[in-house]
Design a protein around this ligand. Sequence first.
Ligand code: HEM
Length: 421
Amino acid sequence: MTRPEKWPSPTRNYSGLIGHLPRWGADSLELLEEGARLGPVFTVQLWRPVTIGHSPAWNRLVLGNTAGFRSRGSMSQLSPYLAAGIVATDAPDHRARRALLNPAFHRRMVTPQFADQFAAVVREHLPQGEFDAVAWASRMVRALLSTAFLGRNFPDRVLRSFLTPLDQGLPGPLLPRPFRIRTMDRALHRTFADPDPETLAPLFASIPGGVQEARVAIAAAYDTTAHTLAFALWELAGHPELNTARATESMVQETMRLYPAGWIGSRVAVTDTEFDGRKIPAGRMVLYSPYLTHRNPQLWDDPLTFRPDRFTGRLPAWGYLPFAAGERTCLGAALATLMLRTVISAFAGAGLQRISTAVRPRGVITLTPDGPIVLRRTTTTTTTATSTSTSTMTGTATYTAPVHVPHRPGAPMVASQPLWG
Ligand code: HEM
C-alpha cells in the first residue's frame, strides 16, 4: 500500500514563511548535504515543494521515464538560455527531435571532425606563467565552441556578449536578455545562410528551428565545459603525477565525478507516481543530483578524495551521471569530452602549480568555482602561435595578479561536509 508522502526535510534555519529558499540562495550544496544525511529522498521547500533523491533507484525513476517526468516547467526553464529548443521539448516530440540532432554529436562523428582543429586552437592559446584557470577556461571553451559550431567569420564579440551572463552569479543567468539573444540569433541566421562545412552549422541550418536550437546548445555547452575544465586544471596542478597523456581520460572522468557541472537536474511528475512505497503527486517538482550521487559513500569509496584510478573498475549503474542518463542524456557529451581531453593533454609534461590555496564548488546554474583559480604553468619550450586555426580567443591569455585571495579563506580543497550514508 502506498504511504502518504512524508519524506524527511532539513530543519536548520527553516522558516515556515519562506521555507529553505534563503539557504538555497546562500549555499545550496550545504542544504543538499544536510538533506542527504536524512535519507536517500528528502524534500525542501523552495518557491514550491521539491523532492530530491540521490540513490541509483531514484535516478533511474526520474531519468528513465521521459513520459512520466517532463522537463517543461522545471528549473532549467527559469533561464532564458535554456528555455527553448530540445531542452524545452518533452515526450512524445523529444525523441524525434533528438534523432535529428544525435548523429552529428556522436563520438564517431565528433572525434574525426574536430580533434585536429581543437588541438590547433588549444596549442595557440596555452597560458604561460600565472593565469586564472576559470577565466582562461571560459575563453578557451568559447574559442572551441566557435570552432565547432560556427567557423570562421562568426563575430566573437557577439558570442562573447551572448555568453557573458552565464559567467555571472545569480541572478545573472536567469535575467531576460532579449537584446543579446536577438543579436545572437541574427548572427546565427547570417552564418547559417552559408554554413561552414567543417562545422556543425550545416546541421543546424538544415533543420526547422535550427537557429534557436544552436543557440541553446551553445549555451548548454559553455559554462558546463568551462567550469569542468577549470576544476580539472586545479586537480591537475595538485597531482603532478597525473600530468601525462595516458592519465587524461581518467582525470577527466574523476573531475566530472567530484565536480559535476550539472550538479542538479529537475523534472516535473506528470502523474501520481510511487517510490519506495510513498506517493509523488502529479505536478511535483523532483530533483536528481549528480553532485550527491557522486559523493554518496554507499556508491563510492572515499568519495571526497580525487582518485582517477577508481575508473579502472566497474561504475555503479545509475550512480555516475555527469551527463545525466536516459533519453535526455547530454547531447554534447562526446563534444565536451573531446574538448576536455584535448586541453588537459596539451598540459602534459609542463609544470603546473597551484597559486590559489583553496577551491570550493558552488551550486549556481552549473557547479562553479567559488572565485578565481590561480595557477602557474611553466615549460622549457616557448609556445608560439604557429597554428593555422581560424578561431578567435580574445582577451588576455595570462593572469598577472600576484596573489589570489580565496573567497572563503581556509575553506577545504573540496567541500567536505560530514559524510552521509
Ligand atoms: C562537461 C560539460 C557538460 C556537462 C557536465 C553537461 C551536462 C549535462 C546534463 C547533466 C544534462 C541533462 C540536463 C537535464 O535534462 O536534467 C545535459 C543536457 C544537455 N546538454 Fe550538456 N553538458 C556538458 C556539455 C555540453 C555540450 C558541449 C553541449 C553541446 C551540444 C551540451 C548540450 C546539451 C543539451 C542540448 C542538453 C539537453 C538534452 C535534452 O534535453 O535532450 N552539453 N548536459
